[in-house]
Design a binder for this molecule. Sequence first.
Ligand code: 3HC
Ligand code: NAI
Length: 647
Amino acid sequence: MSVVTIARIGEIATVTVDNPPVNALGLALRQGLWDAVAELDADPSVRAVVLVCAGRTFIAGADVTEFGKPPVEPHLPDLVARLEAAEKPWVAAIHGSALGGGFEIALGCRFRVALADAQIGLPEVTLGIIPGAGGTVRTPRLCGIAMAVEMATTGKPLRAPKALSAGLIDAVIQGDLLEGAVAFARAAIEQPLPLPVSARPIETPDAAFWLDAEKAVAKSAKGAAAPSRVLASIRKATEAPFAEAMEFERKTFMELRGTEQAAALRAVFFAERAAPRPAALRDVAALPLKKIAVIGGGTMGAGIIAAIRDAGLPVILIERDDDAVARGLANVANVFDGGVKRGKLTEAQAQTLRDDVTGTTDYEALADVDMVIEAVFEEIGVKRAVFAQLGAVCRADAVLATNTSYLDPREIAEALPNPDRFIGLHFFSPANVMKLLEIVPTPDTSPETLATGFALGRLLKKIPVQSGICDGFIGNRILKRYRAAAEGLVRRGVPIARIDAAMQGYGLAMGPFEAQDLGGLDIAFLQREGARAKGQDVAETLGDILVRAGRKGQKTGGGWYDYVAGDRRPQVSAVVAELLRGQVAAETGMSEDEIAAVLVGEMAAEGRAILDEGIAASPADIDLVKIHGYGFPRWRGGPMFASRSRI
Ligand code: 3HC
Ligand code: NAI
């Protein structure tokens, strides 16, 4: 079947694009649209054309799978120009998303109309590129420079009503899109036509505007190259004639397409889309998830409850006594209050979210839930006792999950009569924000239970990654190696602050030592102490020396650094230097690039071991874990991608 079909409703022609799954602008579609313009221009019975798409969305952009290959004619900028020059006015009728090249096609049309829940945007920077078919040159002619800069440098889409008030679209359609768009077209041809977008005037901000914008973009990009290049392209559009600006944009697009950053971001794009639906589970039906319970309303439990409520499901919280129930519900309310404070929720929305969380100490309340997620203290005895109770009260097909970070899920499940429905679901803090969900089946976990874990991931809009059982699963195991390697550098004489600066320079929000000061050094210390108490041979770390001296991080006023009360900025510590004297070699001159190469290389080496042991299924899975759970810079593609030529 052709990806483009033409029909006629009186003097209005409709061009329907049907190129599943997302109507991406592959060669067949570009050619189909090119031919449609020619055919309809030649048809005297047609006065206007409505461009509409079948399936879940309008054209979602260029076909990203073509980016590794040489471009083939008709090129997208030429197609957009061809649309603009069409003798009959085209009306883009948008549902779902008009993104990147899809929005650029809409900009080539004389009019744009959209359903109220449709979104438009220029997400190219999230793929390490800039728009390549006029997005930076035409968009500011419709909405002004400030909004074009915001859209194209962040890649964030706009909903139709906002796009309408910004001038990016001409109408929001209520009811049936095609009917509304045809009616719009009929009315439009009775009026004088507006100029094509390329012929409209553009604002010319002063140098100070660009200076501020460059500063802001450099700060938020944290090392990603595309945002500042997109800014330069918009600036060019304000300073040069249309054709010259188009050429500049295309040249930048072609250059960035071939960069390491673009390759990394494309790899992440496809890995993220593959993660929620692993091939091995394609034929396994997940169990329905209508009602979920969470045991423990502390830091993690409250965040998990908030995430489930955000997905629209009711939640039951079980705590150990009435006071703890009240504290747990208050913790959950706090999460929603935070949403109100940050302007993400209205008070009424927050209230609805709070209302559907019930707290109790009575396990009988769990008789009809579909899934239970345990988030109680990290103690095997406490967890086993919880699962013994769950085994007694829950339906035989209810999925029972643990959020343990380090305990062996097999040992936790020993208390269960039917361990096939048991699974590890490892959330990351704050659980309503962090995208990563490690899914940890035991050898007894049934395929249906595993599929239900992934279904929960999809429901909560997480990035689910399956992990085998080992100390720390995928993410914390690599974290441990990374931290040990960072300590190794300190022992070799590399200053603590230089290591943190190197990793910040690499693109992480924080270096390894600053991050430990924020999270607290004591958790890992207690774990090592626990292992030592069991007779395991765990070497004394530099962190242990600090904790033994009372330095547990920011919460004790000092850890790897000193902190002045009320100020989170780390200060290099003479006390730490004194405590570590004798452990640390004389200062060495290692460059920041060398430091980052060593530490990322260590992460990748641990990743390799994880793959060899079958703990992770693919390097891409490991990269998703580090990007979505540990702040690894997305544009680097993850430690495995970044080190792929070296491992
Ligand atoms: N090219 C190729 N494949 C794409 C694609 C694209 N632009 N966008 C999505 N897909 C594929 C996905 O890989 C996935 O494939 P799979 O089923 O085999 O895993 C399938 O389409 C469905 O994608 P999602 O799971 O993301 O579907 P959703 O319904 O959740 O979301 C969407 C739909 C919002 C359109 C989302 O797919 C999306 O954001 N896509 C990317 C849009 C984008 O980045 N466009 C800009 C491209 S760059 C460009 O246009 C350059 C131009 O300026 C020259
Ligand atoms: P927390 O100490 O903040 O909360 C634990 C909660 O469990 C408390 O509210 C406590 O009252 C409750 N509880 C204890 N025993 C109970 C019982 N028998 N029945 C019902 N409730 C009980 O702990 P946190 O940080 O929320 O951790 C919970 C689990 O999540 C642990 O297994 C931890 O390893 C894991 N985890 C923690 C992360 C973190 O960053 N804090 C990240 C990922 C996992």
